[in-house]
Design a protein around this ligand. Structure first.
Ligand code: ZN
Length: 503
């Protein structure tokens, strides 16, 4: 260690950056759960100030000097040493922050908030023309961002890398292509089979009982309410302020039972990841989930692999019937299980089932690449969207509200890198669960008894506690011995849905 600098000095600087962004997260959480509408103007000013302050600290030249001085020390340590990992990850974050000029970031942020405000009105009015020019500027800004990384192979790679470190178009495309082919053939089989219905889920289910049930489930999963809380919001999310404060939000539909419980479990899956990081990593860049896809793998693993399994409901369904005796007394466990797993090609990504969901996502991913590559223009986007929905899902929206205007992503951020993480998450989640089953074959028997501790412990040891010490690729290889691979997901879906939809 050089005598004039210490790792503690680095930790101190990183903690301040982390605290500033956590303070912004508290303000954002409040904005979406509790703030009166009158607070909007001052809140966006306060958030902009905190964003500027944390960016200034993250790009402080003195941080760069400190990292330069610490690098020989890092390189003298064995790989995997905590100090070495901390210095290397901090260096990556610093390099990334320095690549993008502050002038550009501010210009882009200003444009995004204007576009978001326009989208809030354009979507209910089904008015794509109102956002078309703004979106053209967004596409230009997205290309401009990518140009700060001239050494990348594909124009979209920098935007993908920002969310899913190490992933590239060249890596993702063949894996997605294999998944898409398999899913379209599975969907074809399902469409030609006897259909199941979700009528049992359509009734009046009071919010208070739904909340009581979901709370019991996520507590059993291991979500720690002493270090978290659950609040209602319009668009649910998980947010971390500190190792000791990881919050989740959810929404409730009183006339459809198949939403609230799965949204809550999904967000709790994200929260288990953050709550399960190491306490001594708090305030450093090591102490959080390693990528958007890896994070989504944890939410989807709990939501789909665990909570849409027959074993899970053999334990919980009697308890759900106790909450809703009138609504569910004549609904068998099998009918309920089929209802929550009904496959139905639809227009809306966030309502999609396990089989069609990734088709929605991969279609958006390809559209992003086509836009960035210049194969299609923003003006052509609405019709291309409809055509691809017809091709892949056999459905087509009568309007743009349920077409190109449906997701907030392109209206609040860049075009590129916004969607692949969702499908990567489903792919990685299936790979990790297969590895967990290999190590602990009795996991499903434990799930049938309402016991999640062994699975939770396995995830904590192999994923959560690693934080950002390993890249997504390294982590997948460490845990599964394989590279990114769509087969475990395809195999799981084929096995599961051929039982729900026999010939
Ligand atoms: Zn998620």
């Amino acid at each position: 260690m050089p005598s004039d600098v210490t790792i503690d000095e680095l930790r101190q600087r990183l903690r301040e950056i982390s605290d500033l962004s956590a303070a912004a997260s508290v303000l954002h959480w409040d904005q979406t759960t509790a703030m009166p509408t009158g607070g909007a103007v001052s809140r966006s000013r306060q958030l902009a100030l905190l964003g500027r302050l944390s960016h200034e600290r993250a790009t402080d030249p003195e941080l760069g000097v400190l990292l330069d001085r610490l690098m020989p020390y890092a390189e003298s340590l064995p790989s995997g040493h905590d100090d070495r990992a901390l210095i290397e990850v901090a260096q990556r974050d610093f390099d990334l922050a320095m690549r993008v000029p502050a002038e550009f970031s501010e210009r882009a942020a200003g444009h995004m908030s204007k576009t978001y405000a326009a989208w809030l009105t354009a979507r209910p009015h089904d008015d794509f023309v109102a956002v078309q020019e703004l979106l053209e500027t967004t596409l230009e800004l997205s290309r401009e961002y990518c140009e700060f990384f001239p050494d990348s192979d594909h124009i979209a790679d920098p935007l993908i890398d920002a969310a899913d470190q190490g992933m590239t178009v060249a890596r993702i495309r063949p894996v997605f292509a294999e998944l898409r082919t398999g899913l379209i053939s599975l969907l074809d089989h399902i469409s030609n089979s006897k259909q199941v219905d979700d009528e049992p889920l359509r009734n009046h289910f009071p919010a208070a009982q739904q909340a009581r049930f979901s709370t019991a489930v996520i507590q059993a999963m291991g979500y720690d309410f002493d270090r978290g809380r659950l609040d209602p919001t319009a668009h649910p999310f998980m947010t971390r302020f500190a190792h000791g404060d990881v919050r989740i939000t959810t929404r409730t539909n009183e006339s459809f039972l198949g939403e609230h419980v799965f949204v809550t479990i999904h967000e709790a899956g994200h929260a288990l990841y953050e709550q399960g990081t190491r306490a001594d990593d708090d305030g450093t860049p090591l102490g959080s989930g390693t990528s958007s896809g890896m994070h989504e793998s944890q939410s989807r693993l709990w939501e789909n692999i665990v909570a849409r399994s027959p074993e899970f409901w053999s334990y919980w369904y009697p308890k759900l019937q106790e909450e809703f005796p009138k609504q569910l007394q004549n609904v068998s466990l099998q009918e309920f299980y089929n209802a929550i797993n009904r496959v139905q090609p639809s227009l809306i990504r966030t309502d999609a089932d396990e089989v069609t969901y990734n088709l929605h996502v991969m279609l958006r991913f390809e559209l992003e690449l086509d836009l960035l590559e210049g194969n299609i223009s923003i003006a052509e986007l609405p019709n291309t969207w409809h055509e691809r929905y017809r091709d892949d899902l056999g459905v087509s929206a009568a309007n743009d509200r349920d077409g190109v205007l449906q997701d907030v992503h392109w209206y609040a951020g860049f075009i590129g890198g916004a969607f692949q993480g969702y499908t990567l998450g489903n792919i990685i989640g299936a790979q990790l669960f297969e590895a967990a089953l290999h190590d602990t074959p009795e996991i499903y028997a434990q799930i049938a008894r309402g016991e999640y501790q062994p699975l939770h412990d396995w995830l904590r040891t192999n994923i959560y506690r690693i934080g950002r010490r390993r890249t997504p690729d390294q982590l997948i290889a460490d845990v599964t011995g394989s590279p990114l691979d769509a087969k475990p997901l395809l195999n799981r879906l084929q096995t599961k849905f051929s039982k729900i939809y026999p010939e």
